[in-house]
Design a protein around this ligand. Structure first.
Ligand code: SF4
Ligand code: SF4
Length: 348
């Protein structure tokens, strides 16, 4: 990886260059929450001033720019005794500015599923390939537990990654196009003083995290504690609303439906993201539901995050962003469930 120093005025110019030629998405303040804190979303911007790089988190993750909640996989139309099918992928370039390390790590996890060797998703890959990603370091956010999951730092999956040194950014470059893009503004080599300041900023960020959750034993523990009372305790509170999966940057489950016009002349195959917490998620033909109880659906969600994904990809699916805990009206928060599971282990 290469490193350079970019002063803040030059970064502003860089965003200006993006704005002239491509769609730019950045964290924008859209409201003030009940707690008085600003609410941010990743939204299209038309000027640098609209981007708030000091944001804590967003309600909706950046996955929507790679896995939209709803998209047409194909459309078809009958005409002249024949039919035409159209499949289109998003090819227009896009720049995503200001992604935090946990959200870039979330994209790397989605890559494992959506861009793997067998059955890759061309819809996802075309968006991922055509999106220029500028990440940025930040202070730990309230409710986030990314450090416990090793996702508070990232060393790939972006084009440029910024660490704020006051009047300038320490920039990590992880792609050819990142390097080429930086040639369009004034950058300089890193000095020893820059490195010292960078390491001091990293140490300060690391010291701001709360106590670590020990998730290493979780896959084994989940196997042993399949019938644990923990699932009844938390599952009985669950409203089965599905919000946790909708705001999760790594949840990708979906359904596909055929939508046909009233005159049967045209239609579309539509993909919609879905949630394993919803009552009919595991319902099959004939009406049988493999997970009819909310307790079993909540348990399944945690097994996928911390057991199944580990078995398939050697790492948990959760990045500890804390969004699901923040959005849950029932107060269900992953660190509380994980602590309860770890307490079960201590009792064994
Ligand atoms: S957001 Fe909370 S209440 Fe809704 S499905 Fe998820 S865990 Fe259940
Ligand atoms: S499960 Fe919750 S904390 Fe983990 S990545 Fe998804 S939204 Fe974030």
């Amino acid at each position: 990886m290469l490193f350079r120093i970019l002063c803040k005025d030059e970064f502003r110019s860089l965003v200006g260059i993006f704005l002239e030629s491509t769609e730019v998405i950045g964290p924008r303040k859209i409201d003030t929450g009940r707690d008085g804190k600003p609410v941010h979303q990743y939204l299209p911007v038309t000027s640098f001033a609209e981007i708030d790089l000091g944001y804590e988190t967003t309600e909706i993750p950046a996955k929507t720019y790679f896995l939209p909640y709803k998209e047409n996989l194909s459309t078809w139309r009958f005409s002249d005794d024949d039919w035409n099918q159209e499949i289109s992928y998003r090819l227009q370039p896009r720049a995503l500015i200001g992604l935090h390390a946990c959200d870039i790590n979330a994209l790397l996890k989605l890559d494992k599923v959506m861009a793997r060797e067998f059955y890759p998703s061309p819809y996802y890959i075309s968006r991922r390939t055509n999106t220029f990603i500028v990440g940025i370091d930040h202070e730990p956010c309230v409710g986030g537990f990314c450090r416990s999951l090793g996702t508070d730092m990232v060393d790939r999956g972006f084009d440029l990654f910024l660490t704020d040194l006051g009047d300038r950014y320490f920039v990590a470059i992880d792609s050819d196009r990142g390097f080429t893009t930086l040639q369009r503004v004034a950058v300089r080599e890193v000095t020893e003083q820059d490195t010292r300041e960078y390491l001091a900023v990293r140490r300060k960020i690391a010291s701001g995290f709360g106590p670590n959750l020990d998730v290493k034993q979780l896959p084994n523990l989940l196997d042993i504690e399949f019938e644990s009372e923990v699932w009844n305790k938390w599952g009985s509170k669950c409203l089965s609303c599905g919000s946790c999966a909708m705001v999760c940057p790594t949840c990708y489950c979906y359904g596909v439906s055929e939508q046909v016009s009233m005159n049967f002349a045209e239609g579309a195959k539509v993909k919609s993201l879905y949630s394993c917490s919803l009552a009919d998620f595991a319902q099959v033909a004939g009406g049988h539901n493999f997970r009819p109880k909310r307790e079993s659906r909540l348990k399944y969600r945690y097994y996928h995050q911390h057991r199944g994904f580990v078995e398939a990809y050697d790492e948990p699916k959760c990045v500890g962003c804390g969004r699901c805990g923040r959005v849950c009206l029932a107060g269900i928060n992953p660190p509380d469930i994980i602590r309860d599971m770890l307490a079960e282990e201590a009792r064994i």
